[in-house]
Design a protein around this ligand. Sequence first.
Ligand SMILES: Cc1ncc(COP(=O)(O)O)c(C=O)c1O
Length: 496
Amino acid sequence: MNSKGITQFLINHAGKDPVSFHMPGHKGDRLLRKYGYEYFLDNIVDCDITEIVGADNLFQTEGIIADTMAKYRNLYDTKASYLLINGSSAGLIASILTCVPAGGKLIMARNCHKAIFNALTLGGIKPVYAYPSMVEEYGITGPVAPEEIARLLEENPDASAVILPSPNYYGICSDIHTIAGIVHDAGKYLIVDQAHGAHLKFFENADGADGETIATGAFGVPESAETQGADFVINSTHKTLCSFTQSAVLNIPARSTFNDMYTLEDKLQQIESTSPSYLLMASLDINADILTGHATELFDEWRSNLNYFYGEAAAIDGLKFMRVTDGVRQAMDMTKINLDMSACGLNGHQLEEALLKYEIYAELVTGNILMCMTGIGNSRRDYDRLLEALRELSAGCGSANTADASDASEANTAGAALWTKHRLLHEVPIAKELLPIEQCAGRTCASSIIPYPPGIPLICPGEEIGAEEIDYVKKLRSQGDKVMGVDAAGRIAVGK
Ligand SMILES: Cc1ncc(COP(=O)(O)O)c(C=O)c1O
């Protein structure tokens, strides 16, 4: 076997006994082996089939795939649930194209994932931006206020639907219950990008045998968008539950008035691969069976591990967590552990590097925050290894890096302000040229400039590029962060 390349990388990584606080949510094969899927795992290549006789068809379901869809209808209490093999991205695009006619208007949070912006391009759809609030201390985007949605609906009676992410990448949720009421009063549909919250539904009943509940414990989670009244809810089961990467589920909750499944199914088959992977679909089937048979014990364990973690971590000097509440509802999904060790002089990047020495892999760095994404597959041992590493870092912490940590925080705050900034909008340019980013102030952007993660476009096609955006993109690139839309030579596409 070639010692370079993707395969060898994966083999080397698996051999390190890593602790995964990043996607996917299964965190390895432990759960699947525990619940009796050894044969499937050991024969995975033989299970990689196509639409042979008896295997059903994702786009005309009447057999085994229909059975798996029925399992999801039961799990999430929906009238329709669709298996997605191109991630939540496909479900989001199909939902938007179903609700908004070509050339129509969509009210959308400005901090939506790039999949939503791609739907705009595909459908020739005009966005009306709802700007989220900011979490000032960390300079990241927060919830979208119901009042903002109400105002935009009043100003844009011709908009067809509303879409927003909840939870966002950091776990911050909007008040979907109130927003759903406002959207329905206006006679529109609410689409919720719950890519990061496929697990929320199962915490709704996960009060512990130890007497500790979601409400009384050290951590909490909001209700799912399915329960709160959304019409389309798109869940990346691969991110926090135990299906494979790229598999996801689109739900139409039982209470929604949306019924045009024919159009939705047509859009799904337009967007997704015509060779759907049976391995991905089988992983969705396994995920459904594990949730159906074992959700109580698994979510009890997850809740108990998080309460244990937050309880122990409270005693670690110099460590704190980002928490957001809106005063009324739980606004933070605390399965996302947002670590802040800036009081120890470590910004997010430095903390990530320090944890890598313990073979602990986190999900996302932003300024002083390092987000560790927990999933259904994390064991108590994973939380213990993270606690142990944090204790050691805290014990060894000095003030040597304090300046760096505050620098990162300031740069980050400036960055977030850019996501909540209303930019001048011009026509999306047809004629384009590639120019060094330094020369682009005042020009009209011709592609999307997307820091990844979190995958939210900083500058969209048609938006005017400002000097602040240029400085921010340069800063990200100098830190080694990926910015899509900027080529290797540091150029971006602008209107000619
Ligand atoms: C907020 C948000 N929405 C949607 C997506 C797309 O999900 P998927 O990777 O399942 O296509 C992502 C991916 O990270 C995301 O962060």
